[in-house]
Design a protein around this ligand. Structure first.
Ligand code: DP6
Length: 360
């Protein structure tokens, strides 16, 4: 598929009004996307576990208006008008207008809510943009139903979501999603996420992710700014090569169920992401003292208990604690006894690998 394949040839029977609701999950990257080219093309491929509990639900209501050059929409978060989201959505609409030519024919009401607290430090852009992209695809499908396969629907939803936020391209389906072209993964693309097509051992089914909320404050540096700092970064090329290599290594890890190597790759990816932040200009640090306390506790527990618990980080101070289903009971006990004390107000979220978006 190329960009042109996502421009509809014609739209028939467009509805006068209606509404669609989608619930979409967040995701956690194992090999990280950090650095992009123009038009939201990633510098390297990434792979993520789709989550289950951390979700956004969005209802998009639409009613026909006379066509003019302006987008017309209003946004509500938890029932309250949210004008500060408008700029991001206006920019998103501008980027996807060519692929959804009906956008200027409607007034839209976007009503959204998250299952995780707004101020948890968990990025809502992946689940939020993917939910909106799916609602818009439902509008397109309602006028084009006969011709649209589910495969095209999901691919275009991921393609549109990517134009809103890169990681959102990985929040349409589950349970393991690859976004970005990789030589050894057939069908992988810089334009949209695909379900990981190769063999995955039972060890990686039902994986747990307990998210420790270390710092719920606003980030000092947004991901969008962080991505830009990879331009001219002294270690950028090495990093992009490393991501390709780590994804190649994961192919074998997933096949044979090698938890030890999985841990090595996943923790190295998380620390490399933060090393890129610390070595960019301007440099910045998103980890907090408690992030490091938790990492050290995980390392000692892993050594003592001989279990396969590890961590990953996104662009913030919170820690995602990852562990297999077979060790869930013991690891969760450890989390409660030793790690929750480092969370802000003792807050954490129990999540696990999930299977993607649902239409409600
Ligand atoms: C560290 O997808 O939030 O979570 O494309 O600018 O919206 P934009 O960035 P975003 O970046 C995510 C960065 C990350 C790693 C990852 O999810 O792969």
């Amino acid at each position: 598929m190329i960009e042109q394949d996502f421009i509809p040839k014609s739209l028939k029977n467009t509805l006068d009004k209606g509404s669609f609701t989608w619930s979409t999950p967040s995701n956690i990257a194992l090999v990280k996307y950090w650095g992009k080219k123009e038009h939201q093309i990633p510098e390297n491929p990434s792979i993520s576990f789709t989550l289950d509990a951390c979700r956004t639900t969005t209802t998009l209501s639409f009613s026909r208006k006379d066509f003019n050059e302006h987008f017309s929409f209003e946004v509500f978060l938890d029932g309250k008008q949210k004008d500060d989201f408008k700029l991001k959505i206006e920019t998103f609409f501008k980027h996807i207008d060519i692929y959804l030519p009906f956008l200027k024919n409607y007034h839209f009401k976007i009503e959204t809510s998250n299952t995780f607290p707004h101020s948890s430090g968990i990025a809502s852009s992946a689940s939020g943009m993917s939910a909106l992209a799916l609602c818009l695809m439902s509008v397109e499908r309602s006028s084009n139903e006969a011709e649209m396969t589910d495969e095209y629907f999901n691919q275009k939803a991921s393609f549109l979501a990517r134009l809103g936020s890169g990681s959102a391209s990985r929040s349409i389906e589950g349970d393991l999603i690859v976004w970005g072209k990789h030589d050894k993964i057939t069908g992988s693309s810089d334009l949209y996420g695909i379900k990981y097509p190769l063999e995955v051992h039972q060890n990686f089914k039902n994986y747990h992710d307990t998210i420790l909320l270390v710092d719920k404050g606003e980030k000092q540096v947004s991901s969008t700014v962080g991505h830009k700092l990879m331009h001219g970064h002294p270690f950028a090329q090495e990093r992009f090569t490393q991501a390709h290599h780590n994804l190649s290594r994961l192919i074998d890890v997933f096949k044979v169920g090698d938890l030890k190597t999985f841990i090595e790759i996943i923790e190295s990816e998380a620390l490399t992401l933060h090393a890129m932040m610390m070595t960019s200009l301007p440099y910045f640090v998103l980890m907090k003292p408690n992030t490091l306390e938790i990492i050290n506790k995980i390392w000692s527990f892993r050594k003592e208990a001989g279990l396969h618990v590890c961590f990953t980080l996104d662009a913030g101070a919170n820690v995602h604690v990852l562990y297999p289903e077979s060790e869930a009971e013991k690891v969760f006990e450890f989390i409660q006894n030793e790690l929750v004390a480092y969370c802000q107000n003792g807050h954490y979220i129990c999540d696990r690998i999930g299977f993607g978006a649902k239409q409600l």
